[in-house]
Design a protein around this ligand. Structure first.
Ligand code: UD1
Length: 425
């Protein structure tokens, strides 16, 4: 099992290009299953999660080919095994987004029920409520969700709000199924995340009739069939935000290319409050850190609020602010496994329910730490860049799930990170 050895502190400087979005690529790969034939997706990042999804689609009976340059082709001419097996779903819960498209295309689908994960319980009740309202019959057997449409799917008015707002993949599932349902579907309290907008835009290129894109009210007029597509996915706003936090914490100056600032207004707003300069230029922006920076309160929320997927990275940044901050998690209230690890690096963080009080400290100190999930591990790397000494981040496979060659890209900006074998299991 690989570990990262991070020598700090460093100051990052230079240019980095952001890759295509992981969270847009996954549902768009699932959307390709709606149309028999060959679809081509451009800008798909080379990540472990994408490989898992490729494996899932391959075993449905489709053929997926992935080139080094981010081009991914999916031949969905035939689907002879509409099943999402436990062995794949347990590796990546986003596998659940084959439910909607396979139900619509094949009339039956079996997907292993995803379990909990490091960031919380993560139920899929809203996905199932939405699909049932489209006419699916759904039952649970041996840990599998079995969904069938004996009479075909029929448009309906569906409310997808839950206790923590809407659901991103739940919206993706219901949206994809509704494109082939008879009549009109209205999804109220739909997720507005840019990745859902990207999915809806891609579906429209495939021949779907979706309006209200980007709003919490999606209107879908069902069509009889969709056609294959060539489509480029949007850049990854979470990867961009991670590089922004890293530039800021190291007092560096980094030009971030291929980055859509318009999708990141809440993040840019918080950076400016903290005292970090963010200037739009070219196809991205320049982020310039300061000698010392200010505290800021952050509350994660569904889009356009501050993204939960950047909560951990920004907590690492605030750990060095000149004063106290409060970070409130309103999407995944238990997503705080990084708190104890950051405290091992001499941060001063205190968890209170679904909030963390961050008392800024003058410096972070290197320590061996344990990555627990994808974004928490990014936070530990960011802290390691600023900490004095050699930080060892164990279990870096978490970070490989969502960041492509992150150590090489940080090193090109002046970081000193080496990937080494070994570490704590
Ligand atoms: C997606 C993202 C993940 C991000 C999250 C929130 C992908 C592959 N993953 O996950 O990176 O952190 O959005 O922006 O795109 N909920 C329910 N019932 C449901 C579904 C969700 O109660 O049926 C709750 C969840 O437990 C959570 C909240 O709703 O508290 C939001 O979850 P959701 O938007 O569904 O997250 P994912 O789509 O799984």
């Amino acid at each position: 099992m690989d570990v990262f050895r991070i020598e700090g502190p460093v100051r990052l400087a230079g240019h980095v290009d952001i890759n295509g979005s992981k969270n847009a690529s996954l549902p768009i790969m699932a959307a390709a299953l709606l149309a028999p034939g060959n679809s081509t997706l451009l800008g798909v990042p080379r990540l472990a999660d994408i490989s898992v999804f490729k494996e899932l689609i391959d075993q449905l009976g489709c053929k997926v080919e992935r080139r080094e340059d981010g081009v991914l082709t999916i031949d969905a001419t035939k689907i002879d095994n509409p099943v999402g097996p436990y062995d794949i779903v347990r590796k990546m819960r986003a596998s659940v987004c084959i439910l909607g498209p396979l139900l619509a295309r094949c009339g039956r689908v079996e997907v292993s029920m995803p379990g909990g994960c490091a960031i919380g319980d993560r139920p899929i009740d809203l996905h199932l409520i939405g699909l049932r309202q489209l006419g699916a019959q759904i039952h649970l057997k041996n840990g599998y969700v079995i969904a069938e449409t004996p009479q075909g799917l029929k448009g309906a008015s569906i409310f997808l709000g839950g206790p923590y707002g809407s659901t991103v993949l739940g919206t993706a599932n219901v949206l994809m199924a509704a494109t082939l349902a008879k009549g009109r579907t209205i999804i109220e309290s739909a997720a507005c995340e840019p990745e859902i907008t990207d999915l809806a835009n891609c579906l429209n290129v495939m021949g779907a009739r979706i309006s209200g894109i980007g709003s919490p009210r999606l209107v879908i007029d069902g069509v009889n069939h969709l056609h294959p597509v060539q489509y480029r996915v949007i850049p990854d706003r979470i990867e961009a935000g991670t590089f922004m936090a890293a530039a800021a914490i190291t007092g560096g100056e980094v030009h971030i290319g291929h980055c859509r600032l318009e999708d990141m207004m809440a993040v840019v707003d918080r950076l400016r409050i903290i005292g970090i300069a963010v200037e739009a230029n070219g196809d991205g922006c320049t982020v310039a850190g300061a000698e010392s920076f200010q505290p800021a309160d952050i509350t994660t929320q569904p889009y356009p609020g501050f993204p939960t997927d950047l909560q951990a990275q920004f907590m690492a940044l605030l750990a060095l602010a000149h004063g106290n901050s409060i970070v409130v998690e309103k999407v995944f209230p238990d997503r705080f496994l990084h708190v104890a690890e950051l405290n091992r690096m001499a941060a001063n963080l205190r968890k209170e329910g679904s909030a963390v009080i961050v008392a800024g400290v003058k410096k972070l100190v290197a320590a061996p730490v344990m990555a627990s999930d994808l974004r928490a591990s990014a936070a530990l790397v960011i802290a390691g860049l600023a900490a004095e000494g050699a930080t060892i981040v164990n279990r870096v496979y978490h970070i490989d799930r969502g960041y492509e060659r992150i150590e090489e890209r940080f090193n090109l900006l002046g970081a000193k990170i080496s990937r080494e074998e070994g570490g704590t299991v």
